[in-house]
Design a protein around this ligand. Structure first.
Ligand code: AMP
Length: 413
């Protein structure tokens, strides 16, 4: 099915072709026609399914068909949960918009960097703004931006927007928008908070849930290796040197662990960088750019990198520390096997995290065979006394109420 059969005009179909998209993905085929009809959308799609282009193509088409005003008035607002996702969506939209006959100004704003250049960029207005909620409100407070003409609102990764504690900021932003507008809400998961947000926001939405088609289903091979917690760095080093992965994204539980593990890998002669929220925004951007350009082989990250980040041809993700929840597991492993490529997601499981991994398997309906690597066979048979937690052997973290409940459930099952 060609893009043009979805109601996209030739300019937008060409924009998709220029990006190398031969045909629409399932989510694109499902949401582009109702978006073009002006309907609200409640969309559930797997990460890596082509969601960004699914809302960008019809949104840009609609804006390009409207008569421009001088100065430009902000007509489309895209809210995203992280700085990296804002930058990524901005880049992708600008790529799609560059061949349009009428030029659209697409602005990107996120926190952690100086607000001044972002304010300067808004002189003369903008047609589209992609922003994290806090910085958007700062810009409004500085009178750099008005939201009163917004006719299209996109909430990308709505579940993440809410669980990063953006609920108050979202409420403030929604109150500044005109009541008459089109709302597009996308979320990988639908916890209660997202459902109630959706109910309050959407008018008779087209509900779209897309099961990934085989051609684009991420072919992710899930593996689990049993190893003692204290030997994980050595095992990681061994795997990086022997598995032939061009690049690896390693997830750890804390910023401190990200620093330590990256440092140890570097000392072993492996190009590795940490990636977490305490780094400056400049450093974060640079690490991702180096990773994408293959200048860095291993990135050791906290869950900050678990959502939205799109690194084409990322062959492997390693859970050095297990994620806290089954939902985070899905997001982490979704970093590999993107856009139809294959990938491996490998979890380290030690005596103190075995019960937690079993719980993740149970929640996801998985049964991942346990492997051992010669020379790294575990000798610990039960959790060391210092780590009575169920959160993946995360040192120095006291178990939360939820963790305790999980542990009780795990030991009962
Ligand atoms: P997203 O889910 O928006 O993060 O997109 C995941 C990846 O799929 C990105 O690298 C896109 O460039 C790519 N992509 C989006 N739409 C298509 C398409 N129709 N055909 C092939 N790749 C696509």
């Amino acid at each position: 099915m060609p893009f043009s059969s979805l109601g996209l005009d030739p300019a937008m179909a060409r924009a998709a072709a220029n990006k190398g998209y031969a045909a629409p993905t399932a989510i694109q085929a499902a949401v582009i026609p109702p978006i073009l009809q002006g309907r609200d959308i409640l969309g559930a799609a797997q990460t890596g399914s082509g969601k960004t282009a699914a809302f960008s193509l019809p949104l840009l088409q609609r804006l390009a068909s409207e008569r421009p005003t001088a100065p430009r008035r902000l007509r489309a607002l895209i809210l995203v949960p992280t700085r990296e996702l804002a930058a990524q969506v901005g880049e992708s939209m600008r790529g799609l918009a560059q061949h349009l006959a009428s030029s659209l100004k697409i602005a990107v704003a996120f926190g952690g960097v100086s607000i001044n250049p972002q304010m300067m960029a808004l002189r003369g207005g903008a047609d589209v703004m992609i922003a994290t909620p806090g910085r958007l409100l700062d810009l409004v407070d500085h009178r750099a931006l008005k939201l009163s003409a917004v006719s299209m609102l996109v909430l990308d990764e709505a579940d993440r927007l809410l669980d990063l504690g953006f609920a108050d900021e979202l409420g403030r932003i929604l109150a500044l928008l005109p009541a008459q507008r089109q709302n597009l809400l996308f979320s990988a998961t639908f916890p209660a908070a997202v459902r109630s947000l959706a109910e309050g926001l959407l008018r008779e939405p087209a509900r779209v849930e897309v099961q990934a088609e085989p051609a684009e289903a991420p072919a992710i091979l899930q593996r689990a290796i049993e190893v003692d917690a204290g030997r994980r760095t050595q095992l990681l080093r061994h795997l990086v040197q022997h598995e032939g992965w061009a690049r690896v994204l390693v997830f750890v539980a804390t910023k401190h662990a990200a620093e330590i593990v990256a440092d140890k890998l570097r000392k072993a002669g492996i190009d590795a960088e940490p990636f977490h929220g305490v780094l400056s925004q400049g450093k974060r951007t640079q690490v991702l750019a180096d990773f994408k350009a293959s200048r860095v082989k291993v990135v050791v990250a906290t869950d900050l990198a678990a959502r939205g980040i799109d690194v084409v041809q990322l062959p492997a993700v390693v859970n050095y520390d297990l994620p806290r929840s089954a939902v985070d597991y899905v997001h982490r492993i979704g970093r590999t096997g993107r856009a139809g490529e294959s990938g491996v997601a490998l979890s380290f499981v030690s005596a103190d995290s075995e019960a937690h991994f079993r719980l993740i398997e149970k929640r996801q309906g998985l049964n991942v065979p346990r492997e051992r690597v010669a020379g790294f066979e575990p000798v610990e048979t039960q959790a060391p006394a210092r780590a009575p937690d169920s959160n993946g052997g995360v040192k120095g973290k006291r178990p939360s109420k939820k963790d305790k409940l999980r542990a009780a459930k795990a030991s009962a099952s």
